[in-house]
Ligand binder design. Sequence first.
Ligand SMILES: [Fe+2]
Length: 226
Amino acid sequence: MRYNLFNQIHKALRVLMYDTATLISQTDFDNPQQAEDVSERLYQLLELFDKHAYREDTMLFPLLQQYEPAVTDAFEQEHVTDRALIQRLKGFLMALAHAISSEAKKDLGSSLSMAFIEFMIFNLQHMKKEETILNNLFWRYYGDNELIALSQKIAGSIPADEAVVASKWMMKGLSNNEITTWLRNVERNAPNHVFRPLFTIAEKELEEKRFRQILEELTEGIMIAS
Ligand SMILES: [Fe+2]
């Protein structure tokens, strides 16, 4: 199986969308605290999606541009659509923050819910296309070692505050084996001040049973290695 450039971040973005869809579904938009919570979550989600698309535009697509200009252009266009969907959601959030009557808040909540469903459907399709069409092209023109190095370069360019949010949703989206491999790689290749906070995020975000299983896997690896 070839290296999937998108796997870790796309799993994070998907589970963030699923979780946010549930939160929106459970929200009474005329309740100020609930509206505030959902708005805070949505701003966080939209920011992450916006930066992710920017990073793909600037650090991934240029690597295919020379070989497959038409495909690269088509995916850049999809990011233009994505940004329009993001702006639309931000518009509803701003209107909601300024709405006075309970009726207006409920109406805006319902429009926002529909806009989020559209955003989610678009992004699920878009990420699937990236993982099929674009991965196949990356695999044609680049070796796995080059793709892993590229992944590390992109991960290294992400500011710390954004990396914390992304790591949290990665923990929630990845399988036990994927988390174990990830933590093991970071422990081996990165300094302790990078590994420790990541380990703390795992401990905080994973259910106790999953965290224990992962911890067992990690320490077993250490015992075999020593
Ligand atoms: Fe994308």
